[in-house]
Every structure is written in C-alpha cells, then in structure tokens.
Design a protein around this ligand. Structure first.
Ligand code: SF4
Ligand code: SF4
Length: 377
C-alpha cells in the first residue's frame, strides 16, 4: 500500500494552513522525518510567472511560509528555489509574494541556474537530462505544487511541478526534444521526478485552477491540502477525487506503463483525517486531442485541421513578445501587432498560452475536439 494524506483547509489563514500542513505530514513521521538537523532543505514551489497570489497560478505564499516554519522547527535550513521559464525572477518573486515571505523569515530565495547534465533513470526515452545543480546537490527537496489544470498535460500536480528544476528557457528546448507527443513529454517529466526524488510533495489546493490552466483558467476553491512521498500516487489520487478521467492523464498513462510510483488506486491508502473522496463534481478540465491520430505523412493535415491551434486574442494582446520568446520552434511572427502562427511548425506545447499574462492566446478547437464535444452533448 502507498499512502497519501489530505486535510481540509478552508482559507489561507496562517495558523490554519500551518496546522493543515502539519496534519498531512504526521502520517509520514512529520517534517523531521525528511532531513537531519542542520541540513539544507530546498523548497520548490510553483513560480510560473509574475502573477499575484489571487490569480491562483502560483503556490500561495502562506503555504510556502508554513513549510519554511515547519522546516525551521525541525532543525533544517530551508531555502526556496525555482526557475521560471521566462521573465525577471525578481519581479516574479515580488508579484507572487514569495520574495516578501523569504525576507520576513530570513530565508534565502534562489533562482535555479547552472544546469548539469545527468544520466536519466532506466527506461528513459532520452540519453541525458539537464537539471539545476542546486537541486541535484540538495540533500532534501520539498516539492510544493499548485493544483491546476493544464492545456497540454491535462493537470499540473506533483510530478509536473518538478519541470521547474530544468533551468529557464532550456525548458523550451526540452519541449522541442519531446516533440508533439504528450506521452513522450510525460515520460520526460517522470525522468525528472525520478532524478530529483523529492522527499515529500505537499500540494496547494486550497484555491486551485480549473478550465484553461495553468495560467488562464478560473480559480476554484477546493479547500484541500495533500501530501505524499510518492508524487505519482498523489497525482492519481487527486485526479480520482476531482473526477478527472485517469486514462486521459498522460502522466498516469506513462507512469503505469513504466511502473513508476503507485498508479493502482486500489493500492493507495488515504491515511489522514482529511477527505478520502471529495468527489468534487464539475471540476472543469481541458479536452485534449491527439497528434498521433493519422500516420506521420499526414502531420500537415492533422496540424491544420484536426488538433487545436493557438490563436491571438488581438484586443487583449499587449505585444510584450513573451510568447515569441518562449516558443521552442520559433513558430510565431509579429506582423504589426498581428501574431501569425506557423501551424506546420508548431508542436502544440501550449507554452505561448501558458506564459501570456494577458490571456491573449486561446486554443481554437480542431475537428477532434469539436467531434468529442458534439458526442458529449
Ligand atoms: S499574446 Fe500575450 S505573450 Fe504574446 S505578445 Fe500578446 S500579450 Fe504578449
Ligand atoms: S506556437 Fe505556441 S503552442 Fe506552438 S510551438 Fe510555439 S509556443 Fe508551442
């Protein structure tokens, strides 16, 4: 049996949050079980970009502060670190509230850098990985994801959060290497998870995000904090709770295929006093289509007509250029304020939509999603 713990937490009140986090750690031996006194402990939140906490894009600063407090109380030396794909780390730190938390608690806040090549675990589709050296050198990593939907990967939970340990814009290069296949990208995420080996994953689902996540969805209050030493089991349990179909979740498919973590829901035991089955009705997830529906020679047809494609919402666009900068295949051109997408080149990585702070890129449904929507009516 693999264990996961959940606790209800109906606000970001500091005392309530700290108590909920302590309660989900108790079944695993409490915070002190993960490191020795005096050891440096890396806390990895989701700092996707410069969004205020109320947007529910990033891990809430109250959660980060509570975890810092628990690490300090257990005798560890916490530091907070992440590597947003793009944008000024200082600006992101201030906007998300993590900068203030770290200053007030006297804790180091670090932008991950210095990628180090490393051999991936067995069963990988890649010959090497590149992870920030600070992560590889950390004795203990505490993974602090935000519970959100994700346009490309359906959900971004514990496993996906560790993609932030790939330094800066190298993330885009890895998107490019993984190509258009979601399962290949999921496999890469699992390689990163196995390499980073977080001691514990604690997920912030007090306020989550549904719909067009991970940055332009709708905030959704779930009042939930979860934890597990096996992030795959935690991700699977959360999908199950929210009514997210597991077979549509690429990380589940790949983890099950490669036998990574616990994917058998009947062998996952909820060990806390929190909800065992919230059965949250109506949690809205994106509908995913597939690039692999036709043989390779028909890619041009699939990309132009069958799968969803990015389009600019011109009235919302501020021409900041972030989407062009992050696109791993240079598929976006700006012609006097009008963004032109090269759909043959585009690998549907959703990075442009994810990074746009103005909700100015939407994915227009292709024929596959239109057909699925029609059949569901
Ligand atoms: S679509 Fe968004 S990211 Fe791209 S230029 Fe416009 S505002 Fe910037
Ligand atoms: S246009 Fe957008 S979805 Fe397509 S490859 Fe570039 S960043 Fe990814």
């Amino acid at each position: 049996m693999t264990e996961v713990a959940f606790a209800l937490c109906n606000s970001y009140d500091e005392a309530l949050t700290a108590s909920a986090i302590a309660s989900v750690l108790r079944p695993f031996g409490g915070m002190k079980a993960f490191f020795r006194a005096g050891e440096r402990v890396l806390i990895k939140p989701n700092l996707l970009g410069a969004w205020a906490p109320e947007k529910r894009v990033t891990t809430d600063p109250v959660i980060i502060a509570a975890v810092i407090g628990l690490v300090q109380k257990a005798g560890g030396i916490p530091f907070v670190a992440d590597s947003p794909a793009i944008g000024s780390f200082k600006r992101i730190s201030e906007k998300t509230g993590v900068g203030k938390v770290c200053r007030e608690l006297g804790v180091e806040l670090l932008e991950l850098s210095a990628p180090r090549p490393i051999k991936p675990p067995g069963g990988s589709r890649f010959r090497r990985l590149e992870i920030a050296s600070q992560v590889l050198d950390a004795g203990c990593v505490i993974n602090l994801p935000k519970l959100k939907t994700h346009g490309q990967m359906l959900m971004t939970l514990g496993v996906k959060n560790l993609f932030g340990t790939v330094v800066g814009q190298r993330k885009a290069e890895w998107h490019h290497m993984a190509g258009v296949d979601r399962d290949t990208f999921a496999s890469l995420l699992l390689d990163i998870y196995l390499t980073v080996k977080p001691s514990i994953t604690i997920i912030d689902g007090v306020w989550a995000m549904e719909g067009h996540g991970p940055s332009n969805g709708s905030p959704k209050r779930l009042n939930l904090i979860g934890a597990a030493m096996d992030a795959v089991a935690l991700d699977v349990s959360i999908c199950r709770m929210l009514g997210v179909p597991l077979d549509a979740f690429p990380i589940y498919r790949e983890a099950r295929r490669r036998r990574i973590g616990m994917t058998d829901i009947s062998r996952i035991r909820v060990v806390s006093d929190g909800p065992t089955d919230m059965a949250c009705k109506g949690f809205v997830v994106p509908r995913l289509d597939s690039m692999g529906i036709l043989p390779g020679g028909f890619d041009w047809f699939t990309k132009r007509f069958l799968v969803s494609r990015p389009v600019q919402e011109r009235s919302s666009c501020r021409e900041c250029g972030m989407c062009r900068e992050i696109c791993p295949v240079s598929a976006i051109e700006n012609r006097r304020g009008r963004l032109l997408f090269d759909y043959d080149r585009c690998i549907r990585c959703y990075c442009c939509q994810e990074i746009c702070a103005h909700n100015a890129i939407h994915f227009k449904s292709g024929l596959i999603v239109k057909a699925l929507n029609y059949l569901k009516r």
